[in-house]
Ligand binder design. Structure first.
Ligand SMILES: Cc1ncc(COP(=O)(O)O)c(C=O)c1O
Length: 399
């Protein structure tokens, strides 16, 4: 049989990281590769109790039936309250679509706006799976330069003028992969300049609630006067990725188009999951769970920073994130983290090579480390192994 695949599959050869992730089931491997929440931060007891109550009460039918594509009104009302914590005020049900995780929001935005060859601007580097989604819509992906304050506004404007993009995609707070957060001033400028040129923004925010240090910043969406920003957040990192619940907030016309797009994908986000999240929010559990999780993440992040300082060669420079799940770093030396990833596995430790997060395939000397899913002892042991490996490689370069 010859399989005549669609053209869109041509660029989609799967995650470069898949081979590494496959190996991670081996318990001896210390993994800094994924982006999983810590297991003890998944509120098993509360979710079990809520699910039991939902299925025992008269609401079982509601939970087990089909539902509307927009999502339950009761959940959307809770979500309108929830996004106020990101500075997003005055939203209505028409602005609010329940999605099956943030990832679905990226896909729906692409479905609604992208034709083959259309341009999407992204921060260089950005979330790997977003790049894969844009590829699946055969978009032209162009990276915008960034520094510690956020996007370089001159570069953003230059690229808007040059490429006439449909939208800008960004992870503005505790970015995946860099852990960086855009400044308030940068957010205002992004909102202004994209509105001026009639460019949409897809602001992806799965991490802002995981802040262990510093002061919270309002979302780009909170500065949106033109209705050009679609804001995504999800309960994957603060409650459970297994429930697959998130929300898209945007202009009603755009949300309507995304709803039509969603109809053909999954009809509706799981009713049971939606009702669990609605109840979880209603009972005020979400901020309690975040409060409980933050010290665990803070301790693990600090353990990773301490280990990096102790074991890594001096050529390694890292970004000390104030929240989120990742430490991003690069080498001031021609270290190729793509070639060395399999070597690290031989030492029973895994990281993600930074190159996969660059739209232009650069970043060969960069590396993303996840700290949320390993204990403090394993973080120390794993970074020790990595440090030894990179020191050996740097010694070879100096010969
Ligand atoms: C930046 C970013 N966006 C979206 C997602 C997808 O999350 P979910 O679909 O589980 O909400 C992730 C997951 O790691 C992420 O890092």
């Amino acid at each position: 049989m010859t399989y005549n695949y669609s053209e869109r599959m041509a660029k989609m050869n799967g995650a470069a990281t898949r081979e590494i992730l496959k190996l991670l089931t081996r318990p001896e491997i210390i993994s800094f590769a994924g982006g999983f929440p810590a297991t003890q931060c998944l509120p098993q007891k509360e979710v079990q109790q809520i699910a039991f109550e939902l299925l025992s009460e008269g609401r079982a039918t509601e939970a087990l039936q089909y539902g509307t594509t927009e999502g339950f009104k009761s959940l959307r009302e809770q979500l309108i309250e929830y996004v106020k914590t990101a500075g997003i005020e005055n939203q209505t049900l028409e602005n609010t679509l329940v999605i099956s995780g943030g990832q679905q929001g990226i896909d729906l935005m692409s479905k609604v706006f992208l034709d083959k060859g259309d341009c999407v601007l992204v921060e260089n580097p950005t979330y790997l799976t977003a790049l894969q989604i844009f590829d699946s819509y055969q978009a032209k992906i162009v990276g915008v330069d960034a520094d510690h304050n956020g996007l370089i506004i001159d570069d953003l404007e230059k690229k808007i003028k040059k490429y006439n993009p449909k939208f800008l995609y960004c992870v503005s707070t505790f970015s995946n992969p860099t852990g960086k957060t855009y400044s308030v001033e940068n957010r205002k400028k992004i909102a202004e300049i994209t509105a001026k040129y009639n460019v949409m923004v897809l602001e992806d925010d799965p991490y802002s609630k995981l802040r262990f240090e510093g002061t919270p910043v309002p979302s780009i969406k909170s500065f949106d006067k033109a209705g050009n920003v679609v804001y995504l957040t999800s309960f994957s990192k603060v409650l459970s990725p297994g429930l697959r619940v998130g929300v898209a907030i945007g202009n009603p016309e755009v949300i309507r188009k995304m709803t039509i797009g969603k109809q053909g994908v999954d009809v509706t986000t799981s009713n049971l999951s939606q009702l669990i999240v609605a109840e979880y929010l209603k009972r005020g559990y979400i901020f309690k769970n975040i409060e409980k999780s933050l010290p665990i993440y803070r301790e693990r992040k600090n353990a990773m920073i301490a280990a990096l300082n102790k074991y890594m060669p001096e050529e390694y420079k890292y970004v000390n994130a104030e929240g989120g799940l990742f430490i991003w770093g690069e080498f001031d030396a021609p270290i190729n983290t793509v070639e060395l990833a399999p070597e690290a596995i031989k030492h029973d430790v895994a990281y993600i090579q930074g190159q996969v997060f660059y739209a232009d395939g650069s970043g060969l000397n960069t590396m993303r480390l996840n700290f949320s899913n390993a204990t403090v002892d394993r973080i120390d042991a794993g970074i020790h192994r990595l440090g030894d490996m990179f020191k050996t490689e740097i010694a070879k370069l100096k010969k």
